[in-house]
Design a protein around this ligand. Structure first.
Ligand SMILES: NC(=O)c1ccc[n+]([C@@H]2O[C@H](COP(=O)([O-])OP(=O)(O)OC[C@H]3O[C@@H](n4cnc5c(N)ncnc54)[C@H](OP(=O)(O)O)[C@@H]3O)[C@@H](O)[C@H]2O)c1
Length: 268
């Protein structure tokens, strides 16, 4: 289902497409784009009324697309709604987690994590990125995660998808290095959004610990995208964590992750 409001085909303002814009980091990325003069196409699989109103308040024209971006038809719907408008910035942010031990998970849910975080994300980038390369102009921000640096016991598939995304962003950036299309990977640490509730991880240590503010994370990501940086790890604690993870054996990282993500480890 889609709604159309003030499409910006004749607007002189640049156009940004933000996925996963209904809540959390994507909601704040959308607001950051609006604040910085972009018109917007926002996508998520549930209602985007709050994001639409918040971005309009900041002066943007906003169009919303409600589609399951885990599916190729869902991504096609978003691409069709962008139509022939040049996309100046693509913020591929939609994603979700899934807690519990891998063998206890429902495989349909496992598949949905992979299809959202990997297949839908790279299919959208493939569609929009080709047009950007043709125009020799555009910015792509991909929301990866510092989770991609560590084997995620009790969040195994999610961390694997983010390892894919983090790696993919660098590779695509390199392939486009002789063009004016930039690729930036935003790698947040634990951030205070709907993420942990949706992943069923509210009884875990990482789910109950203090987290980063999604507005700060989004600002870091947006600024890095505008500078054309390769990556941004948001927050100094997360920068330390990724530096340490780079020199820590994977078996030890997996054990540390168990202590954060195993059900029952959360504060009561
Ligand atoms: N929170 C963290 O600690 C953290 C840390 C590192 C990276 N990240 C990444 O940051 C990104 C945003 O997550 P968040 O923390 O802001 O969580 P969030 O508040 O749950 O937001 C996730 C957004 O993605 C959308 N989405 C999820 N699956 C979708 C699908 N199949 N089709 C369309 N939209 C879908 C959701 O839309 P609906 O509301 O319509 O479902 C929502 O807009 C994700 O890629 C996540 O992996 C989060």
């Amino acid at each position: 289902m889609t709604t159309q409001n003030n499409p910006s085909s004749n607007s002189a303002r640049p156009l940004a497409v933000v996925t996963g814009a209904s809540t959390g980091i994507g909601f704040e990325l959308a607001r950051e784009c609006a604040r910085n003069g972009f018109d917007l196409v926002l996508a998520a699989d549930e209602a985007l009324d709050r994001a639409e109103a918040a971005c309009r308040e900041l002066g943007a024209s906003v169009e919303t697309v409600t589609a399951d971006l885990a599916t190729l038809p869902g991504v096609d719907e978003l691409v069709q709604r962008i139509a022939n408008r040049p996309v100046d910035a693509l913020l591929a942010n939609a994603g979700h987690g899934l807690g519990q031990a891998f063998l206890d998970q429902d495989f349909d849910e496992v598949q949905h994590v992979i299809d959202t975080n990997i297949t839908g994300t790279i299919y959208l980038i493939h569609e929009v990125g080709r047009t950007m390369r043709g125009r020799n102009r555009g910015r792509i921000l991909i929301t990866g995660s510092i989770a991609g640096y560590m084997p995620g016991s009790f969040h195994a598939v999610y961390n694997g998808t983010k390892a894919f995304v983090d790696s993919f962003a660098y590779a695509l950036r390199n392939e486009l290095k002789d063009t004016d299309v930039t690729v930036t990977c935003l790698m947040p640490g634990a951030t205070d959004t709907e993420f942990f509730k949706r992943a069923g991880m509210e009884d875990t240590k990482v789910g109950t610990d203090t987290k980063d503010d999604p507005a700060d994370v989004a600002k870091d990501g947006f600024d890095a995208m505008m500078r054309g940086d390769a990556e941004i790890v948001s927050g100094w604690k997360n920068k330390v964590q990724t530096t340490v993870a780079n020199v820590t054996p994977n078996e030890m990282l997996a054990e540390q992750h168990r202590k954060m993500a195993e059900p029952g480890t959360g504060k009561k």
